[in-house]
Design a protein around this ligand. Structure first.
Ligand code: CA
Length: 233
């Protein structure tokens, strides 16, 4: 299946050139012009998570660095920054907040596509090693993001919207400890006054649904006073 590359760039000519080069190379480009549109796209349960994000530093509604910092709170998707300023400080800031590479404008679209491929290759080499370790347990969950459904031991779970988003957050980052506050930020993005006990209540209902399918397994770990994680061990 063709991999999606999210392009966040307000200059249409640049985005079009890059989208064309990506499509020619077998990727599926998805272009947005605003940081908020990028966040909406990444939070949507209906779309496939992009393989990589090309992020312009100078966006009209939010600095690209700030956008990267925000998306790093819920996403590991690699980021390549685009900037008009060939500035060493920018480069260091970008890499410190979790970017994978950095390209200065004007750039050659073919060179950028080659850099995208290099980042994806590096990532896949690291992942296949990790996957070999986690594979056995990870297979108990099957995320079908395009259908917004999750199967557990081969059975589709009947989940509410927030249960789905909560479990997807855990599956995307196995072993990671999430505090209740982080889960409220990541999952209840469109609710105004979520309480910590809302998180606990959803964890409880999720656990009950998982237990119905497999009573032996309790993959959601409670870390007293700290939060929750999904265990793959
Ligand atoms: Ca710009």
């Amino acid at each position: 299946m063709s991999r999606t590359i999210l392009i966040v760039e307000d200059e249409k000519a640049i985005a079009d050139t890059l989208a064309y080069a990506l499509a020619t190379d077998g990727f599926t480009p998805h272009h947005v012009t605003l940081a908020q549109a990028a966040l909406d796209f990444l939070h949507s349960p209906d779309v496939q998570t992009p393989a990589l994000i090309v992020l312009d530093v100078g966006l009209p509604d939010m600095n690209g660095f700030e956008l990267c910092r925000r998306l790093r709170q819920f996403s590991n998707t690699p980021v390549i920054f685009l900037t008009a300023r060939n500035d060493e400080i920018d480069r260091i800031v970008g890499l410190e907040i979790g970017a994978d590479d950095y390209v200065s404008k004007p750039f050659s679209p073919r060179e950028l596509v080659a850099r995208i491929r290099a980042v994806l290759r590096r990532l896949e080499a690291g992942q296949s090693a990790a996957a070999n370790v986690a594979n056995e347990k990870k297979s108990s969950f099957e995320l079908r993001a395009d259908e917004a459904r999750i199967a557990y031991y081969g059975q589709i779970l009947a989940l509410t919207r927030y249960e789905y988003l909560l479990l997807k957050t855990f599956i995307d980052r196995p072993q990671q400890l999430f505090s209740r506050a982080q889960l409220m930020d990541l999952v209840w993005t469109d609710a105004s006054d979520t309480l910590e006990r809302t998180v606990d209540a959803h964890i409880k209902s999720l656990r009950a649904k998982l237990r119905l399918i497999n009573e032996q397994d309790d993959p959601i770990q409670t870390h007293r006073g700290m939060g929750y994680s999904l265990s793959l061990s």
